[in-house]
Design a binder for this molecule. Structure first.
Ligand code: IYR
Length: 228
């Protein structure tokens, strides 16, 4: 290794049975997560959102440049304008604007089991929209110039950790990706070297919330893994 400054690192030593127990317990909690599309307007504590963003901010990432920004939208006016812009894009995507859909027939077919359409009321009813930005440039100093690395991978992992933490806190989430979503940069007053990656909608499910039965079909371990 090349010379560089170091600090000690160690982890709590667990015996194998405790280690297995903890991994299975977390798996079982994560298994109860669902992508939710029915949000109540009940408020949630700001501290939960802050802690989840701090958790996301610990994600492994390229050269420790931490190429992410989380814009938390709570203002009703801002949520309404994001909903309006997102729904306009979605109407074009689904062909609900009277034109040919921008989505291919194959794509629309793949979405059939989810029942989604251009209506996105949750963008207004959920208490928080976390708009996640990927910083193509900026480095640790966020100077807008320094090259960042593995940006999509880094921010994708951070989003996973964000969602896991919010789920652990008993909150529902939806990863929403209006396409195209350039309008979010202006809405959130972010610089042009940042690219909006997704909106994480956060709140509590309505009492009558449902999820598509399709979402319960999870590939088994034997299909998603191979052991060499
Ligand atoms: N952005 C659209 C379409 C959509 C696309 C995929 I891939 C999904 O998994 C779900 C929806 C929408 O939000 O309706």
């Amino acid at each position: 290794m090349r010379e560089h400054e170091t600090v000690p690192y160690s982890l709590e030593k667990l015996d194998d049975s405790e280690s297995i127990k903890r991994a299975e317990a977390l798996r079982d909690r994560l298994r109860t997560r669902r992508t939710c599309r029915y949000f109540s307007d009940e408020s949630v504590p700001r501290e939960v959102i802050e802690a989840a963003i701090e958790a996301a901010g610990t994600a492994p990432n390229g050269a420790n440049h931490q190429p992410w920004h989380f814009a938390v939208v709570a203002s009703p006016e801002k949520k309404r304008s994001i909903r309006e812009a997102a729904e306009a894009e979605e109407r074009r995507f689904y062909g609900e604007d009277g034109e040919n859909p921008k989505a291919s027939d194959e794509w629309l077919g793949a979405l059939k089991d989810l029942g989604t359409d251009a209506d996105k009321p949750f963008l207004e009813t959920a208490p928080y929209l976390i708009v996640v930005f990927a910083q193509r440039k900026g480095g640790i100093e966020e100077d807008g110039k320094t090259q960042n690395y593995y940006v999509n991978e880094s921010v994708g992992i951070a989003c996973g950790m964000l969602i896991a933490c919010l789920h652990e806190a008993g909150l529902a989430t939806l990863t929403h990706t209006p396409s195209p979503m350039g309008f979010l940069r202006e809405a959130c007053e972010r610089p042009d070297w940042e690219k909006p990656l997704m909106i994480v909608v956060v709140g509590r499910p309505t009492p009558d919330a449902t999820v598509p039965a399709h979402a319960l079909k999870k590939k088994p371990l034997s299909q998603i893994s191979s052991w060499l």
